[in-house]
Design a protein around this ligand. Structure first.
Ligand code: NAD
Ligand code: GLY
Length: 360
């Protein structure tokens, strides 16, 4: 078992990583001083598989949980779902010292986090992420929110969890494609912050893809350490935190123009990161050999690295990039790598260069 701290003053918390750490949930919540009434928010895929243990741990520690299940998938990230959850919390009489457990992937984490961050102007939140992506990224750092018809993640609030439990056993049931999508975020941490970690992924990729426990624990922990360090320096993304979006400007736009149906998030940002690496070679001094190392690693992980777009789709992609909420004053800024392990952010990039980088 490993513990990573997220140092944020009085809002500091621990990320506990290991097999069956979910069984510690009840006792940990007693230590956090929560009131007995609580809600476990999950989705229709995760709930049947993993909620019994979670509910049992809470009940054994004296809590009175209600189980709330949303349909699995991105369409559940909406305000209608949020309102239904608020009503259920009110019916179960949750109070200021009550708490919500988010049991699921990034969708559940974002919705449950937003509900916890806004119900009674904010109640306790424990993240229990069950996808690799959620364990290494979305459960840590306090970004929560939902989508509007006009775009993704347009409504949200920063609400840090009080605890994150990354139970590696929950990943046993995660479909292969979802697991590989999470690997895209793990690789991202090597590129943006830690060259030695990137090399370690190159060496141990097969062990990670084979979900070998020791490798998995080490990769999740190092990813969380990097995210924790960045979030601790810039909690609300006034600068440095933008580096976590390496490859995301193009990735988000690809997701948007394919109506969130063709690519998983991790797949879209794999293409986006390879394109960002190519742009980095042109504009930030990344050696061509490192572009190839990056492309090869995504390829070995079974992730897409290129996309060929028809002229009409190219126009849509550029427009979607302008609409991304990271754009400012209509200008799209990129995170580019100067070397593997070192990036700069806020770099303007000509549109023509973006299109050339997508399919070199
Ligand atoms: P997801 O939550 O949709 O989960 C993917 C699928 O796997 C779902 O069908 C889910 O039911 C299923 N699943 C989850 N855990 C499982 C398990 N252990 N066993 C079997 N099935 C399981 O997707 P995701 O990739 O985890 O998260 C994507 C979401 O996260 C997006 O909405 C994205 O915007 C958000 N996100 C948020 C942040 C943040 O900082 N808040 C960061 C990155 C991504
Ligand atoms: N996933 C990007 C962030 O947390 O800032």
């Amino acid at each position: 078992m490993r513990t990573v701290k997220v140092p944020l003053g009085e809002r500091s918390y621990s990320i506990v990583i290991g097999r069956r750490v979910a069984d510690r949930l009840g006792r940990a919540c007693v230590k956090l001083g929560f009131a007995p009434r609580c809600a476990v928010i999950t989705d229709s895929q995760v709930g049947p598989r993993h909620s019994p243990r979670v509910l049992e741990s809470l009940r054994r520690a004296g809590f009175d949980p209600i189980l709330l299940t949303i349909p699995a998938g991105e369409p559940s990230k909406n305000l209608g779902q949020v309102e239904a959850l608020y009503l259920a919390l009110a019916q179960h009489q949750l109070e200021r010292r009550s708490f919500v457990v988010a049991l699921g992937g990034g969708v559940v984490g974002d919705v449950a986090g937003f509900v916890a961050g806004t119900y009674l102007r904010g109640i306790g939140l424990v993240q229990l992420p069950t996808t690799l992506l959620a364990q290494v990224d979305s459960s840590v750092g306090g970004k929560t929110g939902v989508n509007l018809p006009a775009g993704k993640n347009l409504v949200g609030v920063f609400h840090q969890p009080r605890l994150v439990l990354c139970d590696l056993a929950t990943l046993d049931t995660l479909p292969e494609r979802e697991f590989r999508a999470g690997v895209a975020e793990v690789i991202k941490y090597g590129i943006i912050r830690d060259a030695a970690f990137f090399t370690q992924i190159e060496t141990d990729l097969e062990r990670l893809l084979g979900r070998e426990e020791a490798a998995l624990g080490a990769f999740v922990a190092r990813s969380c350490e990097i995210k924790a360090e960045v979030v601790a320096r810039d909690e609300t993304e006034s600068g440095l935190r933008a580096i976590l979006n390496f490859g995301h400007t193009i990735g988000h736009a690809l997701e948007a123009i394919s109506n969130y149906e063709q690519y998983l998030h991790g797949e879209a940002i794999a293409i986006g990161q390879v394109a960002a690496a190519r742009l980095s070679a042109r504009l930030a001094g990344l050696p061509e050999a490192d572009v190839e190392r990056i492309r090869t690693l995504f390829d070995r992980a079974g992730l897409p690295t290129e996309v060929r777009l028809a002229p009409e789709q190219k126009k849509k992609l550029l427009k979607a990039m302008q609409l991304d909420k990271k754009a400012s004053g209509g200008r799209v800024k990129f995170v580019l790598a100067e070397a593997i392990g070192r990036v700069r952010w806020g770099v303007p990039v000509p549109e023509k260069a973006v299109l050339e980088a997508l399919a070199a």
